[in-house]
Write a protein that binds this ligand. Structure first.
Ligand SMILES: Cc1ncc(COP(=O)(O)O)c(C=O)c1O
Length: 431
């Protein structure tokens, strides 16, 4: 591994290398890694082989225990699965319940509030994941005033700009911890502090941070947090999660609700709901049982490895990608500071395509068509990454990826771009 200093002890591995070796050793447990260069964990984390057994267990229960399965574990799953996440995200057991996805989580939170002036402002950034904006924009019909803080560069959000927008009229601040497009890591602590100082509440979307950036929900003191499991948590689809700070629970009565949120669901009491006291208060109807079976093996690996160790390897590898990407003539559009970056690096091949032509490569606008074409050509070589317009090619090393895979991906990008640029040049294109 490249980080070993020249004067490292001869006997045994230095701690950092031993730590990385332990992470990398888990790669054999993820079947797809044997076939593909899998650098797309910001979108769909690789499936752990344990999911085969876990789904088999679910099917066996249904097939053999039938209706008794509910009492023998299925009803308890939203809380029990949430507790695994509490261990990963440092939250008290019982404070996270499983939901279907982030959109549902945000809708449940939104349904707990009234949007009457004077405190009816919702402050978020233009770089939120769109689904979050859709949920809150819809609240404008109930009287919410939406204040969208524009990113000055389309990639980052200076904290001061966001803080300035949070004032005494602000009710809620629904923001992403790590921005999906650029991987910019927001300063959640300062945002929570400012919001609390003026009496507002924060809804932190941790989809792009949970499992790759360590944080403590307890220490952040954030009011609400949510995420899904499709990405860095390697838990697959349908396993969203919602955290509500325990002291807030009794104050909240979600209008997006259902019988599982009732204090005694099996009493089937008609009329207005009598809410449960714990976090089941935020549930709706019957839970997504198979999704929770599927999520468990991935969560257990992340919990056992520890997100702090995952982050150390991730930061070294995103730096490797940044440096070696630049050396190969790619433009890096993610934040330069590894401390302000999540687990992804975004690479723009536009300057490389223009290199060797008469065009100045410095201020070339990002060529979305080129980026999309490169991603397609990489997929044909079993190198899996993706592309976001205006940002570039998103490349995400997770604990199971090696440095060799990163270099393979960078070299392939260069080769694809050069071949394409050459073909276009022959055809008379500018680059
Ligand atoms: C930051 C962020 N939030 C939310 C989502 C998705 O939301 P949902 O779980 O509703 O599909 C994504 C990605 O797909 C995301 O990157």
């Amino acid at each position: 591994m490249s980080r070993t200093p020249p004067n490292a002890p001869v006997r045994g591995l230095p701690d950092a290398d031993a730590e990385e070796a332990a992470l990398l050793a888990r790669h054999t447990e993820f079947p797809i890694l044997a076939k593909a260069t899998y650098l797309i964990s910001h979108s769909l984390g690789a499936m752990h082989r344990g999911v085969f057994d876990s789904m088999q267990q679910y099917a066996t229960m249904w097939a053999t225990r039938g209706i008794r399965s509910w009492a023998e574990g299925w009803w308890a799953l939203p809380g029990a699965t949430g507790d695994l996440l509490c261990d990963i995200l440092d939250a008290p057991h019982g404070s996270i319940v499983m939901q279907q996805n982030v959109s549902i989580c945000q809708s449940i939170v939104a349904s707990c509030f009234d949007y009457r002036p004077p405190r009816n402002k919702i402050v978020y950034t233009s770089l939120n994941f769109p689904t979050v904006m859709y949920v809150w924009e819809a609240k404008a019909r109930d009287g919410a005033v939406i204040r969208e803080v524009a990113s000055p560069d389309g990639m980052t959000m200076p904290t001061e700009l966001l803080l300035d927008a949070i004032d005494e009229q602000t009710l809620l601040v629904p923001i992403s911890h790590v921005l999906y497009k650029s991987s910019y890591l927001q300063d959640a602590q300062r945002i929570v502090e400012k919001a609390h100082a003026v009496g507002a509440r924060v809804v932190l979307d941790c989809y792009q941070s949970a499992g790759t950036v360590p944080f403590s929900l307890r220490e952040l003191g954030v009011d609400f947090a949510c995420g899904g499991s499709v990405k860095w948590l390697c838990g697959g689809p349908g396993a969203g999660w919602l955290y509500v700070r325990p002291d807030l629970r009794p104050l909240l009565e979600p209008r997006v609700t259902g019988w599982m949120a009732h204090r005694a669901p099996f009493d089937f009491v008609p009329g207005p709901i009598d809410y449960a006291e714990g976090s089941y208060r935020f549930l709706t109807g019957s839970p997504a049982v198979p999704a929770m079976f599927a999520a468990r093996p991935g969560y257990e690996v992340i919990r056992d490895l520890g997100v702090a160790a995952i982050r150390r390897k991730s930061q070294r590898q995103t730096e490797l990608l940044r440096h070696e990407g630049l050396t190969r003539g790619l433009r890096v559009t993610s934040p330069v500071d590894p401390g302000r970056r999540g687990g992804t690096i975004t690479l723009d091949p536009t300057p490389l395509a223009a290199a060797g032509t008469t065009r100045s490569t410095r201020d070339l606008p990002l060529d979305d068509r080129l980026g999309a074409a490169v991603v397609k050509a990489l997929a044909a070589r079993e190198i899996l990454v993706d592309f976001r317009p205006g940002a570039g090619i998103r490349v995400s090393p997770h604990f199971y990826n090696s440095d060799e895979e990163l270099r393979l991906c960078l070299d392939a990008i260069v080769e694809i771009v050069r071949t394409r640029a050459f073909a276009q040049h022959q055809g008379g294109a500018a680059y």
